[in-house]
Ligand binder design. Structure first.
Ligand code: PXP
Length: 398
C-alpha cells in the first residue's frame, strides 16, 4: 500500500476512521500520478505537533499540518529520488478538529484538506515562496477537492433489499401473508434502490407467483438470485429481471454459504452468462473475496461481482475483522481493475455495514435479514430508512 499511516493520537475524545484516511491518501496519490511512491502519515496531538514545529520551523506553537519531503525540491526530480518515498505528513488531530468546527466542515473533510495541503508540499508546491506559487498551490488544492467531491457523489453506495425473509415468514404458516411483493413496495418507498429475490429450486421462500408479480411492480431494479440449474435458467430467461446473480445452491443450507466456485465450472457458467446476455440480462456472480475467483468471473464474461461479506460479518476478533475487511477492500479494487462492477452483501447489519459502504469501488449492498429483523420491531419503512441513512452517511463522507 502506498500510504503508511501511524496513529499516535491517544485521546478517545475525537473519533475518526484511520482506514478512511488511508484510502483517501491512496486515492490522492493516484490523482497526482504518484501512486507508485509511498507516503507516511503521522496523526498526533497538539503537544507533539508543537514540539515538531518548534524543532524544525522554530515556531513554538501547534499547527494543523507539517510536511517533511524525503528530498527537498522533489518537485522537478521525483525520478532522481533514491527510493520511491515522498516523505512524511504530520497532522494534528486536535487542530484539525478545532478547525472543522471553526469552518463548519466535517472532521474527515478537514483531514482531507490537510492531507491535500501536506501532499502538495511533498510534491514541491509551496505557498510561502511567492504569490504565484501560492496561487498555483491553491488552484491545485481546489482541483483535488472538486475531484474528490465529484468522485464521492458519483459513487454513492446503493441499497438493494433482499425480501426472501418476508416470504420465509409467510411459508412458515403456509398462508398468503406477509406478502414479499407488498414488502418490496414499502422498501422502494423508503429509499431502496433495488429488490433482490432468490428463487430456490426447493421454493422454500419465494414462489414463482412472487417473482412474476415483482417483475410487474418493482420500479427500481429486480435482481434475481439463482443457482445455475436448468429449470430456474428457463424461468429467468422468461422473467427477464434487471440482473441475475448466480449463487451456489445447496439444499441443506440455511442460506447461501459461500461464493460461487467459477474456476471449477467455467464452461457451464460462461454458457449461462451467454444465454442471459443474449436476452439482455447482465449477470453478477456471488464471489468470495478471492483474486482467482474474481479473475475467473471476469473471464467468463460477468458484468458484476457481488463480494461475499459473510466472513467479515462473522469475524470474532478485531484481527480477524481487519483481515476480512482488507480482503474485501483489496478484492473490490482488484475486481474494479478487471473491469467488473462491484456489489457486496451477506450478513451485513446496522453495526458492520458502514465501513463496507465507505469503500469506493462498491456500488451497491445487498441486505436482507438485518432489515427484516429490525422491521419486526420498528416497521419496515423505518428499518429501511435507518439502513439507508447509515449507507448514505458512510458513502458520502470522505
Ligand atoms: N447476497 C446473497 C448472494 C445472498 O444469498 C443473501 C442472502 O439471501 C444476501 C446477499 C443477503 O444476506 P442477508 O440476508 O444476510 O443480509
Amino acid at each position: 500500500m502506498p500510504t503508511d499511516l501511524t496513529n499516535q493520537y491517544t485521546s478517545a475524545e475525537i473519533i475518526f476512521n484511520e482506514r478512511r484516511i488511508k484510502n483517501l491518501s491512496n486515492w490522492l496519490l493516484k490523482q497526482c500520478g504518484v501512486n507508485d511512491y509511498t507516503v507516511s502519515i503521522l496523526l498526533v496531538d497538539d503537544t507533539k505537533i508543537c514540539q515538531l514545529n518548534n524543532q524544525y520551523r522554530q515556531k513554538n506553537q501547534p499547527t494543523n499540518v507539517l510536511s517533511f519531503p524525503f528530498a527537498e525540491g522533489a518537485d522537478h526530480s521525483l525520478l532522481s529520488l533514491p527510493v520511491r518515498e515522498l516523505g512524511d505528513i504530520v497532522i494534528s488531530v486536535d487542530t484539525a478538529f478545532q478547525e472543522s468546527i471553526e469552518y463548519g466542515q466535517g472532521f474527515h473533510d478537514r483531514i482531507a484538506w490537510l492531507l491535500i495541503h501536506g501532499l502538495l508540499h511533498l510534491l514541491g508546491y509551496d505557498h510561502e515562496k511567492s504569490t504565484k506559487q501560492a496561487q498555483n498551490m491553491s488552484e491545485k488544492e481546489n482541483e483535488l477537492i472538486n475531484k474528490l467531491h465529484f468522485h464521492r457523489r458519483t459513487m454513492m453506495t446503493k441499497l438493494a433489499i433482499n425480501v426472501d425473509h418476508v416470504a420465509t415468514i409467510r411459508e412458515a404458516r403456509g398462508i398468503n401473508e406477509p406478502d414479499p411483493v407488498a414488502a418490496a413496495a414499502i422498501c422502494e418507498f423508503a429509499g431502496a434502490s433495488g429488490i433482490v429475490v432468490h428463487l430456490r429450486e426447493d421454493r422454500r421462500h419465494m414462489q414463482d407467483r412472487d417473482i412474476y408479480l415483482l417483475r410487474q411492480t418493482v420500479k427500481t431494479k429486480l435482481n434475481l438470485e439463482m443457482g445455475a440449474n436448468k429449470e430456474i435458467i428457463k424461468i429467468a430467461l422468461d422473467l427477464k429481471p434487471d440482473i441475475v446473480t448466480l449463487v451456489p445452491e445447496n439444499r441443506q443450507e440455511l442460506t447461501t454459504e459461500g461464493g460461487l466456485d467459477v474456476i471449477s465450472q467455467k464452461k457451464k457458467i460462461a454458457k449461462v452468462i451467454d444465454k442471459m446476455e443474449k436476452r439482455g440480462i447482465p449477470v453478477s456472480i456471488f464471489s468470495d473475496p478471492d483474486p482467482k475467483q474474481l479473475k475467473a468471473a471476469s473471464e467468463v464474461g460477468a458484468t458484476f461481482v457481488e463480494l461475499h461479506t459473510g466472513r467479515y460479518c462473522e469475524a470474532e476478533s478485531e484481527e480477524a475483522l481487519e483481515h476480512e475487511f482488507q480482503l474485501i477492500a483489496t478484492s473490490a479494487e482488484e475486481a474494479y481493475q478487471l473491469g467488473l462492477r462491484v456489489f457486496a452483501g451477506h450478513g451485513l447489519d446496522y453495526q458492520n455495514t458502514a465501513p463496507i459502504a465507505a469503500l469506493d469501488m462498491i456500488e451497491e449492498l445487498s441486505i436482507g435479514h438485518a432489515i427484516i429483523s429490525r422491521a419486526v420491531f420498528t416497521g419496515l419503512d423505518q428499518a429501511v430508512r435507518e439502513m439507508a441513512a447509515i449507507i448514505n452517511q458512510a458513502s458520502l463522507s470522505l
